[in-house]
Design a protein around this ligand. Structure first.
Ligand code: ADP
Ligand code: MG
Length: 349
């Protein structure tokens, strides 16, 4: 009998550990042996010491039916997005991406034209972010499409930003706005259901371009990394928001061994996201806190940088770092102090 068939009670369901518990469980038996392996598991990228500078490496896998639905995701957009989500992790270390590799598994339901569409999206992202496609792997799949992309980047040794450097009193800042990508997904799922029950119905997506674009064609915040460079700012810590603000802020606080306070009323939310959340009868703040895939940057800076960023329309100060003993706190609009909890995307829940 194979391990997979063994149904004895000693088997532990993966949902019990969750995605992060599982990663911790896997990684605890691996030690870094090479001097060049500067930082391994636990940040947005692995960090390799190549001499003059650090090399950054990150990888992400996207599975049809789990991460994307081809009934409403154009393959060109999928190609573009799958590159962007990796580049976002390089920017989250304050680095610049240089190369990608792309591995795909395809079933025979995909014709050449579909693969061409996918790669056109990949090419457009390579042009937009100035990265080179330098390799990959191609294989077959018995079910859907699987895509795995690895991005390689660079950062000067004195400019690298980890999740672990946040200090008490630092300001907590996010770029752009939050929750829109999640609401875009809710909209697409709703229209898919309407279409499935009545194929004559035309999708009702009027005036929703922004949130749809946030879901289907997100961008990585290279502009914010450029802004840091031009203003001479090196954040004390940073992470990109792929799984929801709460979850990422908790990662940042736990890596930095600090607590935090953020204010619900300060969360940057686009007006279209607010009106769409009302349509769905859900709280826009909940979407901002727990909805994923915004690919904005969440970072902390010392208060001395306050003047340099306070008037930037792309940056919002949402709170500050506290001592670990204070925990991680969300102050709601009605002044309630509640513990920040991660309800974001967990691959194994
Ligand atoms: P992100 O959301 O920034 O892409 P993840 O949550 O996917 O980061 O991963 C967190 C950390 O765990 C990263 O350092 C990543 O490289 C590592 N990691 C994830 N899955 C595995 C795995 N199966 N084996 C080893 N390391 C992993
Ligand atoms: Mg990340």
């Amino acid at each position: 009998m194979s391990l997979l068939e063994d149904k004895t009670p000693s088997r532990t369901p993966l949902s019990k550990l969750g995605e992060f518990g599982l990663i911790q469980h896997i990684s605890k038996n691996f030690e870094l042996k090479n001097d060049t392996s500067s930082f391994g598991i636990g940040d947005d990228c692995a960090v390799i010491d190549v001499g003059q500078h650090f090399q950054l490496i990150t990888t992400d896998m996207l599975i049809e039916g789990v991460h994307f639905d081809l009934t409403y995701t154009p393959l060109k957009h999928l190609g573009y997005k799958s590159v962007v989500v990796n580049l976002s992790d390089i920017y989250a270390m304050n680095g610049l991406p240089k190369q990608i590799t792309v591995s795909i598994a395809l079933s025979n339901r995909f014709p050449l034209e579909a693969v061409e569409e996918l790669y056109e999206g990949i090419r457009l992202a390579c042009v937009a972010y100035n990265v080179d496609l330098v390799g990959g792997d191609t294989t077959s799949s018995t079910s859907g499409l699987c895509l795995s992309i690895t991005a390689i980047g660079e950062i000067a040794k004195d400019k690298i930003v980890y999740r672990s450097g946040a200090k008490e009193h630092d300001l907590i800042v996010v770029s752009g706005d939050l929750g829109s990508a999640y609401l875009g997904l809710q909209l697409l799922n709703r229209e898919k259901q309407v279409f499935e029950s009545n194929p004559q119905m035309q999708p009702d997506l009027q005036d929703k371009d922004y949130i749809l674009q946030r879901q289907l064609k997100p961008e990585a915040r290279k502009d914010i990394i450029d802004l840091f460079e031009s203003k001479g700012i090196v954040p004390s810590s940073m992470i990109d928001i792929s799984d929801g603000l709460s979850s990422e802020l908790l990662h940042l606080c736990s890596s930095s061994r600090v607590g935090c306070v953020i204010y619900e009323e300060k969360l940057p939310i686009d007006f279209m996201a607010i009106s769409t959340a009302e349509e769905f009868n859900i709280s826009a703040a909940t979407c901002a806190l727990n909805g994923g895939e915004d690919y904005e940057l969440l970072f902390t800076i010392s208060q001395t940088h306050y003047d340099a960023i306070k008037d930037d329309p792309d940056l919002t100060i949402i709170g500050h770092i506290t001592d670990k003993s204070h925990g991680s706190v969300l102050v709601t609009k009605d002044e309630n102090h509640q513990p920040l909890t991660a309800q974001g995307w967990n691959a194994l829940s």
